[in-house]
Design a binder for this molecule. Structure first.
Ligand SMILES: [Cu+2]
Length: 182
């Protein structure tokens, strides 16, 4: 075999291995699904409710939250939206019966924080911080990730009291579905 033929053949083999490796790396990467959601009073991507997010069990879901509203909003992931709303309402009523009647008092009360957390699932903010909710102030943008391993129907909700006290935004319709397919 001529030397030039050997070089060409060698280059073709190297290229084939590189392409094969590239395909392998691309297919073995964990799945990532991205969404960009704008928060407003009192909905996600609109004045009420929000888009249904359809994802696959086990895939990483990266969400960028942009607050286009005039008050604080948040993203909180819950399995049972009705239980979440009921727990929060009961906690607020109990605190008010105990004489805690202002927004700041309720917001800082451990019973209110616990009620919002009861049905919640943890989220990872990009940067590594693990939390029960992701808050965005007016004009702020935040990106975070979540992975749901069990298929089913979930909800994302806003648990903020800002401008709707003594109700949270979810009680004004600020919630939407996440469908996790097997
Ligand atoms: Cu909100």
């Amino acid at each position: 075999m001529k030397r030039s033929t050997t070089i060409v053949l060698g280059a073709v083999i190297v290229a084939a291995i590189a392409v094969g490796l590239g395909v392998y790396l691309a297919t073995s990467q964990p799945r990532l699904k991205e969404f960009k959601i704008e928060t407003r009073e009192f909905g996600y991507n609109g004045p009420s409710g929000g888009p249904t997010l359809t994802v696959k069990a086990g895939e990483t879901v990266r969400i960028t939250l942009v607050n286009k509203g005039a008050v604080d909003h948040e993203f909180r992931l819950v399995k049972d939206k009705d239980a979440f709303l009921s727990d929060v309402q009961k906690a607020v009523e109990k605190l008010q019966a105990q004489g805690i009647k202002d927004e700041e008092g309720v917001e800082n009360a451990p019973a209110f924080k616990e009620a919002r957390r009861l049905q919640g699932m943890q989220l990872v903010q990009v940067g590594g911080e693990l939390d029960w909710d992701v808050d965005v102030e007016p004009g702020e943008t935040r990106t975070f990730e979540l992975v749901i391993t069990t298929p089913g129907t979930y909800w994302y909700v806003c648990g903020e009291l800002d401008a709707t006290f003594p109700q949270i935004h979810a009680q004004r319709g600020m919630f939407a579905q996440i469908i996790v397919q097997p």
